[in-house]
Design a protein around this ligand. Structure first.
Ligand code: NAP
Length: 324
């Protein structure tokens, strides 16, 4: 594929559609792109699949009456896209040039020119950077209460963070868990007034202030956490069955800085549905959506971005072919 990209450039081949990213947003755009005859070329990234690759069982994606593992769901989406004709390339995009047209997308394999580009590079949840957190990810450690809260019916859970996400997750988890302890590094919440009030008034939620989680305890599953009071330095152990890390997200927008507009939080800015600030460059999924962040909403976004991209390409091609 590397040589092919270089060859395409040398031969002046212009792709109709390049998709950057291979989570539910990118792969849904690819599936719809094949059906629209746009012959999509997908740069999946070397670590393809996005956040679903770190998820265990998914129970809320329609069409799967039995739970499906996150990586299996991605494999199915990939197979579907490939069967329909999408070209999936496991390369990272290192640079883009949207100031020229056709657009240019650079990977280790060379430069690809494209009439339209869909950006679906996602976002990564911030981590506590503990070895034990990564070891028990999907085994009691989670970044998504909506996805995993159901598995903690009648169990004790902790949530780390003091922002809107942490308050939303904590409140949501009280539907299932017997108790929810919010561990926050300060004694003041960053969350908006309404979400803060709701959490503070919920009798199932208690707060552990000025504290940080220093270790997740457990072998095959979470059995507890070690928590350090940052003011006194005293460490204690807390028995919990689940730990939800809700300390924010980092959108994967680094390579787009200076090329398309970002919002003040660093996410890609969109207008009129899925348009970026550059006509012909469309956006789908968590790279712009910090609010819903679900596999299904990302997939729906991928579909919308493709429909917008399809219209754009059609107009471009029609403009080149004069009507008789
Ligand atoms: P956020 O606002 O950045 O809050 C992150 C929280 O995690 C903060 O309380 C921060 O502590 C804490 N934190 C950060 N790094 C940490 C670390 N290494 N260890 C321990 N704690 C750490 O992130 P968010 O809550 O995900 O929200 C992101 C954006 O989405 C916000 O603009 C938010 O308003 C928006 N959002 C809106 C809604 C809604 O409207 N319904 C829902 C969710 C999110 P400090 O406070 O000490 O910095």
């Amino acid at each position: 594929m590397k040589r092919k990209a270089a060859l395409n450039k040398a031969m002046g081949k212009v792709e109709k559609l390049v998709i950057i990213g291979s989570g539910p947003a990118g792969l849904t755009a690819a599936i719809y792109g094949c059906r629209a005859d746009l012959e999509p070329l997908v740069f999946m990234g070397t670590k393809y699949g996005g956040q679903l690759m770190l998820t265990s069982e998914v129970e809320n994606f329609p069409g799967f009456p039995d739970p499906v593992l996150g990586p299996d769901l991605i494999t199915k989406m990939k197979s579907q896209a490939e069967r329909l004709g999408a070209r999936l390339v496991q390369e990272d995009v290192v640079k883009v040039n949207f100031k020229t047209y056709p657009f240019e997308v650079y990977t280790s394999g060379g430069v690809t020119q494209a009439l339209t580009v869909i950006i679906a590079t996602g976002a990564n949840p911030r981590r506590l950077d503990l070895q034990s957190e990564m070891r028990l990810m999907g085994k009691g450690v989670s970044n998504c209460a909506v996805c995993d809260g159901f598995f903690f019916r009648g169990k004790r859970v902790a949530v780390v963070g003091g922002g809107d996400t942490a308050m939303e997750e904590a409140t949501f988890l009280t539907k299932f868990a017997s108790s929810v302890q919010v561990i926050h590094r300060r004694d003041e919440l960053r969350a908006s007034a309404a979400l803060k009030k709701e959490a503070l008034e919920n009798p199932k939620i208690s707060f552990v202030w000025d504290s940080a989680v220093t270790e997740v305890i457990g072998e095959g599953k979470v059995e507890g956490i070690r928590v350090k009071n940052l003011k006194t330095g005293v460490e204690s152990q807390m028995p919990v069955d689940g730990l939800f890390v809700a300390i924010g997200y980092e959108p994967n927008t680094e390579i787009f800085k200076g090329q398309v507009e970002l919002d003040p939080k660093g996410y890609l800015a969109v207008r009129n549905g899925t348009e970026s600030s550059v006509p012909g460059v469309f956006v789908a999924g968590d790279v712009h959506d910090f609010r819903y962040r679900q596999a299904i909403t990302a997939a729906a976004d991928g579909c919308k971005a493709l429909l917008d991209a399809e219209k754009f390409v059609k107009q471009k091609l029609e403009a080149k072919i004069p009507s008789r």
